[in-house]
Write a protein that binds this ligand. Structure first.
Ligand SMILES: Cc1cc2nc3c(=O)[nH]c(=O)nc-3n(C[C@H](O)[C@H](O)[C@H](O)COP(=O)(O)O)c2cc1C
Length: 370
């Protein structure tokens, strides 16, 4: 019996297995609106065999986009663009669909990765970013404006409004992006947050804005549906945000009803030194589960079915998320099920692909011809 292929209950949402397609920016939106690329990408990975697909970082206001091609959910047009895509997923797959709500803060106004990923100057179509403090991400970059009380209120409202739109789109869950050096992580990390008001300084103060946003989103999204959080468990720089502080953050989130914590790392400082190896972030998920008692998702260089099985079976994390591995093998969940003796759902159009040695891979299927 495979642990990876056992169901997981999150509020009223039953996930068929423990695999999530991690959120992945596609840099292919126009004015924040999803395009035919999103249709292809999302529908393709909806057939991956994962139980949960998380839509990429979806920005709650235009100024909060990482790049001009980032996806948004801030007006009727951005909401309408996602509608046919979600409708198509629902017609062809029973995968649960979550959305990651995000704000880039000082890391906004960047070129797409394939255009170099650097800051876009104002004179070349960039925009003035905002952050906790007027500190640039990298030396020599245009600094963000420090958010005042009105700005913080505007951003909280933008998260609430996006969460309501996500509910109108019929999404099953939300994930709040508090990782990778974007706005909510910027509030957590002393490298980006040097405020002297009650949003900066002590750990309690640095947690305040991300917790306020979490509470706001949790309040407007239906109680029957889960809301998780993705964190960077460390900045990988001495003196920065670290695992001990992440554990305190996870405890505070747990008190407020968080349904999962997705444990990633890094992104706030160009000085980071990340010791990459298979499953290198799994110990963070394990520590958060043990110390804060939260449901966790492990992510980062998880590529092999047996590796994923071991993470879940040993209780190091409740779920695994795959990003690059899913792009490389968009039927990763099927192949993992075949290897581990699990079952996945496949659309009937594809039933005939079931290997002759795996007669129950897609459950009970029948097909014939005259
Ligand atoms: C193309 C691409 C886009 C990504 N976009 C996001 C994103 O929108 N939000 C996020 O939290 N992480 C994003 N990530 C990070 C992944 O979700 C994941 O945490 C990271 O890639 C490690 O997992 P992996 O080794 O399975 O790729 C992205 C990664 C890739 C490869």
């Amino acid at each position: 019996m495979s642990a990876l292929f056992t169901p997981l209950q999150l509020r009223d949402l039953t996930l068929a297995n423990r695999i999530m397609v991690a959120p992945m920016c596609q840099y292919s939106a126009v004015n924040g609106e999803a395009t035919d690329w999103h249709f292809t990408h999302i529908n393709s990975l909806a057939l991956s065999g994962a139980a949960l697909f998380c839509i990429e970082a979806t920005h709650v206001e235009a100024v909060g986009r990482i790049t001009p091609g980032c996806l948004g959910l801030w007006n009727d047009a951005t909401e309408a663009a996602l509608k046919p895509i979600i409708a198509s997923v629902r017609r062809h797959s029973r995968i649960a669909v979550a959305m990651q709500l995000a704000h880039a803060g000082r890391k906004g106004s960047s070129h797409r990765p394939w255009d170099g990923g650097q800051q876009i100057p104002l004179a070349e179509g960039g925009w003035q970013t905002e952050g906790p403090s007027a500190l640039p991400h990298k030396a020599g970059e245009l600094a963000p404006l420090a958010l005042d009380a009105a700005g913080l209120g505007r951003i909280r409202d933008a998260f609430a409004s996006a969460a309501k739109r996500a509910e109108r789109l019929g999404l099953d869950a939300l994930e709040l992006h508090c990782a990778h050096g974007y706005l909510l992580h910027q509030f957590l990390s002393p490298f980006a947050n040097q405020r002297s008001d009650h949003y900066g300084g002590s750990l309690q103060n640095r947690l305040r804005f991300p917790l306020e946003v979490f509470e706001t989103v949790r309040e407007v999204f239906p109680q029957s549906k889960p809301v998780g959080v993705k964190v960077s468990a460390t900045d990988w720089v001495e003196g920065g945000w670290d695992l001990a502080q992440t554990i305190e953050f996870a405890k505070a989130l747990k008190q407020r009803g968080v349904d999962w914590v997705d444990a990633s790392s890094g992104g706030v400082s160009p000085l980071q030194k990340i010791p990459l190896s298979p499953g290198y972030q799994v110990p963070f998920a394990e520590a958060l589960k043990r110390e804060a008692g939260v449901t966790t998702i492990a992510v980062g260089l998880i590529t092999e079915p047996n590796q994923a099985e071991e993470i879940v079976a040993s209780g190091k994390a409740d779920m695994v998320a795959l990003a690059r591995g899913m792009l490389y093998d968009p039927r990763w969940g099927w192949h993992a099920a075949a290897e581990l003796g699990g079952q996945v759902e496949a659309p009937r159009q594809y039933w005939r692909s079931q290997p002759s040695t795996q007669k129950e891979l897609f459950g009970r299927t029948t097909f014939g011809a005259r």
